[in-house]
Design a binder for this molecule. Structure first.
Ligand code: SF4
Length: 919
């Protein structure tokens, strides 16, 4: 087995991965012990990477107008149609929407083509949805989009404050590092500030369950408190910052008494003051913030409110100190480096950076081909789709993202795409529900095939290496973009033969005339020290943090250590922040606050993680989480179905009760696309309220109404992967459906107002419907006419299991792994044994019940087995690990195990469970 070094393609931690390759397949993955982001650790998503590969379900041929074709025809069509739109409507009618999943080299050539050669500024990225507010806050405070810290600062801090970040689920390896640091150093304190009690609270010394959107009030209050208690670093402010007085005046415009701040944030005043005291009295403080801060109509201000406190206390540029924005995606940072946001030009130069347009024009030599680069920033993500709606943008190229799920008003995004005369989609997976809107589909390479670099949250550039060849005719994104550029007549500027040549140009641009303009300070993003790498050196490139230049040839772990910032006068800026409530208000029609986010085992729209059945088991269906009290008041029950109605659409999911929610608030996951469920795209619920500076949507604050969905029937249908079926026959007839891939079959969870076929007398009609809808007629069945329950199975002439159906609530399901194994055998051509056939309708060999949601994805341990073990006395994580192996591999489930232990103990002693008092 050969071993290849690469990087995980999921979250912004950017873990190094060792891939074991055998017979041109990746057969195992391990954490790279030498990668400084993870030192050998991987979370459950990373450790399942090899299970998401395989050529099944991949796009392998280009298509134009729905007809598969060759690359020559597809590239010609892209070039011809882009040219036609540009000639008839101008360059501003052409746009691109990119993704933090792209590699830096892909991003670089896309930005160069659209802004430099097609002459349109309308190139934005889905990083707008997660990081744009932090970018804007960095620029305002530091003069550059620069994250000051390194991961090791979390380990060197005295206090780590996590704001709007469920680190345990969204950046699990970083969470594991912090947890270990806390075990090694009991003096390290952790504060969690989040409206929800999440698994991250496992390590919290103090939890503040604040009112959603009140973060800015909390941090302006902290600034005022620091001033009032003489906890400012006046020497630092004097020497290295400006704007403090204005910031303090703004902070004092609201009542600065702790009780008043606590009331506004809806937290306990004593706890709040404890936090203020801890923050103010420690020098080595890291405040790590994420989407809970950024996804707000005032996200930029919130970021600056946090940065203000660090500057005011001199808690920056030191080991274990600084404001630390953690990116969601693996290469959100790389996209920002090349200029992948619509308000950026290139290499950390904006449109208003003095001399930038001229400099970039000369560097790219675009003046010989087109008049000049665009003069002003382009449309940010939400505005871009509005411009499409208005008909101003007529051609859109989408790469590696699905705006019809993740953008607010997602249903209108679909309408805009339908209306757009030219939609080009570069995509790896055939299950992306964006494809029906595409005029031209270009099959792209995926992780393990793509070759280039990514930059993680701590500015560390790592190689993501091409290990396997792309399937069929799939091609790398940089290759596709460059071939189109050649067809457009820009071949000379896009004559790259390998990503290392693109990286070299990117590195040279970062150092080009850097800081040489009149009155210009040096651009912090400078990797000129990596220019000129030949292919071998590029292939061998070890992870390194920028800046990398003559002054820092080995990279830079920490920024601003000398107190000099990237502003013209070298001083950081404190900003006057006046807290604003969320733009989305609640009313009688939509009285519940909607919160959205990720779940532990899924990534984005599940196109990849949905291919690993063990990752589907943690949260198999789209869900709605709310408190037991709200559920009772609203008439919904745990495991039942409910419907959320928002401004722009609806969402149907299974109810989960959570004591970690605040009253009056619901949480839904962001992952389900139209491929996995018809009515669970969370973006459809959200209005488009944007931060005025960053353009980032307020995805953490929707307003919804909730009502129970009371279907006349529920059913579980398992269908063999290789059985040709018309899925629409049950999707169209179901009020709710969710698709859950297993190993040998697809599980469909269905619910509706009428039995499929629309007739009464459910059991008999189900059989009629099955006969009409599936290519193999029912072979075995048992019914209970009184209850309407039915179990049936279809076995083909060769004795292979083809489908299995249970009519009834999913809580009645047996453990499906036995049935899944029968489908896997069928896929291998093996028929059912006589014994298996006898047990088929029971769905198991031994009466094993459904084990409930899988808690430990590594060892597939379900909730029921864990609860049983706890009841029998294994009431510690260690004891559970010894008995069931849960929690013994990647550790991602340990917080959930602890919660189950606590809940079970509280249940046993009939004591109320305290949900807000983590201290
Ligand atoms: S923590 Fe993030 S980068 Fe690391 S393995 Fe998990 S998903 Fe991948």
């Amino acid at each position: 087995m050969r071993e290849a070094r690469t990087t995980c393609p999921y979250c912004g931690v950017g873990c190094g991965v060792l891939a074991g390759v055998e017979d041109e397949r990746i057969v195992e993955v391990q954490g790279d012990p030498e990668h400084p982001a993870n030192f050998g650790r991987l979370c459950v998503k990373g450790s399942a990477l090899h299970e998401t590969l395989g050529h099944g379900g991949r796009l392998t041929r280009p298509s134009v107008d729905g007809v598969e074709t060759d690359w020559d025809t597809a590239l010609g069509a892209v070039a011809e149609r882009l040219t036609a739109v540009r000639d008839s409507h101008g360059a501003q009618a052409v746009a691109a929407y990119l993704s933090g999943q792209l590699l830096t080299e892909d991003y670089y050539v896309a930005n160069k083509l659209f802004k430099g050669f097609l002459g349109t500024p309308h190139l934005d990225t889905n990083s707008r949805l997660c990081m744009a507010s932090a970018v804007a806050a960095h620029k305002r405070a530091f003069g550059a989009d620069a994250v000051p810290c390194s991961y090791e600062d979390l380990e060197e801090a005295e206090l780590v404050v996590l704001v709007g970040s469920n680190l345990a689920w969204n950046h699990p390896v970083l969470y594991q590092r912090l947890k270990v640091a806390k075990q090694r150093n009991p003096l390290l304190r952790v504060v969690v500030i989040d409206p929800r009690v999440t698994d991250t609270c496992e390590i919290a010394d103090l939890y503040l369950g604040l009112e959603p959107g009140s973060d800015a009030r909390l941090f302006t209050g902290l600034l005022a408190w620091m001033a009032a208690h003489d906890k400012l670093d006046r020497v630092y402010l004097e020497a290295h910052a400006q704007g403090f007085e204005e910031a303090l005046v703004a902070a004092r415009e609201q009542d600065a008494a702790v009780e008043a701040i606590a009331a506004d944030c809806d937290v306990d005043a004593e706890r709040l003051e404890t936090f203020f005291y801890w923050f103010a009295s420690h020098l080595h403080v890291v405040t790590l913030f994420s989407q809970g801060v950024n996804q707000s109509s005032s996200g930029t201000d919130k970021g600056n409110a946090i940065i203000n406190c660090h500057l005011a206390g001199g808690k920056i540029g030191l080991p274990g100190a600084g404001p630390f924005s953690i990116t969601g995606q693996p290469n959100a940072m790389g996209g920002r480096e090349v200029g992948g946001l619509a308000n950026q030009l290139a290499a950390h130069m904006d449109y208003d950076t003095p001399g930038a347009r001229d400099r970039v024009t000369r560097f790219w030599a675009t003046e010989r081909l087109v008049p000049c680069l665009p003069e002003a920033p382009g449309h940010k993500a939400v505005a871009l789709f509005e411009a499409i709606e208005r008909g101003e943008v007529q051609a859109l190229w989408i790469m590696a993202t699905n705006p019809a799920v993740s953008l607010p008003r997602a249903d209108r995004v679909r309408e805009a795409l339908e209306k757009c005369p030219l939609v080009i989609v570069s995509e790896c997976m055939a299950n992306a529900d964006l494809l029906p809107y595409a005029d031209i589909v270009l099959p792209a390479s995926s992780w393990s095939e793509k070759d280039g670099t990514v930059t993680n949250s701590e500015r560390r550039i790592s190689r993501q290496r091409g290990i396997l060849p792309p399937p069929g005719e799939a091609r790398h994104d940089w290759w596709i973009i460059c071939r189109v550029a050649r067809r457009l007549g820009f071949g000379e500027a896009f004559a790259y033969t390998h990503p290392c040549e693109i990286f070299d140009e990117h590195a040279r641009l970062s150092g080009f005339e850097n800081g040489e303009g009149p009155g210009e300070s040096r651009r912090l993003f400078d990797i000129s020290g990596l220019a000129g790498l030949d292919r071998a050196a590029y292939d061998a490139l070890a992870p390194i943090q920028w800046p990398v230049n003559a002054a820092a040839p080995h990279g830079t772990a920490r920024l601003f250590t000398d107190g000099r910032f990237a502003t013209p006068d070298g001083r950081a800026r404190l900003l006057p922040v006046r807290p604003r409530p969320p733009a989305q208000s609640l009313d009688a029609a939509r009285p519940l606050r909607l919160n959205t986010g990720r779940v532990r085992d899924q990534w984005h729209t599940m196109t990849r993680t949905g291919r690993a059945p063990r990752l589907m088991n943690h949260r198999a269906e789209p869900f709605i989480e709310l408190t037991p009290e709200d559920a009772a008041a609203l008439g919904v029950e745990e495991h039942g179905l409910a419907r959320l109605a928002g401004a722009g659409g609806e969402y149907i999911g299974r109810v989960r009760l959570s004591r970690g929610q605040r009253r009056g608030e619901v949480f839904v996951p962001m992952h389900w696309s139209g491929h996995f469920s018809a009515t669970a795209r969370m973006g459809a619920l959200l209005e488009a309220h944007l931060d005025p500076l960053s353009g980032q949507p307020e995805s953490k604050h929707g307003a919804v109404a909730l009502a129970p969905l009371q279907p006349a029937w529920e059913a579980t249908l398992l269908v063999a992967d290789d059985l040709e079926v018309a899925e629409s026959s049950w999707c169209d007839e179901s009020r709710y459906w969710a698709r859950i891939p297993l190993h040998g079959c697809q599980r469909w969870q269905l619910a509706g107002g009428e039995p499929p076929g629309g007739e009464k007398e459910a059991p008999r009609d189900w059989l009629t419907w099955l006969e009409a809808s599936l290519p193999v007629a029912p072979t075995l069945w048992c019914t209970d006419p009184a209850s309407g329950r039915l179990r049936a199975a279809g076995v083909d002439a060769a004795g292979r299991l083809r489908w299995w159906l249970m009519v009834g609530a999913p809580v009645e399901l047996p453990n499906l792994s036995w049935l899944d194994a029968r489908f896997e055998e069928a896929g291998a051509g093996t028929g059912l044994s006589a014994q298996h056939r006898r047990r088929l309708l029971a769905g198991c060999d031994d009466g094993a019940a459904n084990q409930g949601p899988v808690v430990c994805s590594c060892h597939q341990v379900g909730q029921r087995a864990i609860l049983e073990a706890i009841r029998e006395g294994d009431d510690s994580v260690e004891a559970l690990g010894a008995r069931l192996a849960c929690g013994t591999q990647c550790g991602s489930c340990v917080p959930e195990l602890k919660s189950l232990i606590e809940e079970e103990k509280a249940h046993a002693s009939a004591e109320p469970i305290e949900v807000t008092a983590v201290a």
